[in-house]
Ligand binder design. Structure first.
Ligand SMILES: [Zn+2]
Length: 65
């Protein structure tokens, strides 16, 4: 098969690199030495990030009968 028939893709958003934080950051939780990903903008790792329960709008509350 020749390379002329190769399928080539284009970037969805051309010219835009993913945002990256400073590499080598460590989780801020006590006694946690997890190195955060450069793509993780948060200051805690996944295990120590506080749970955030989103507010659901338009959901009817169940009324106890
Ligand atoms: Zn952590």
């Amino acid at each position: 098969m020749s390379s002329d028939n190769a399928i080539r893709a284009t970037r969805a958003v051309p010219g835009r690199a993913p945002q990256q934080a400073t590499p080598g950051r460590v989780c801020e939780a006590i006694d946690c030495e997890t190195v955060l990903s450069r793509y993780n903008k948060r200051t805690f790792c996944h295990s120590h990030w506080p749970i955030v329960i989103p507010i659901q709008r338009g959901v009817e509350k169940k009324v106890a009968a």
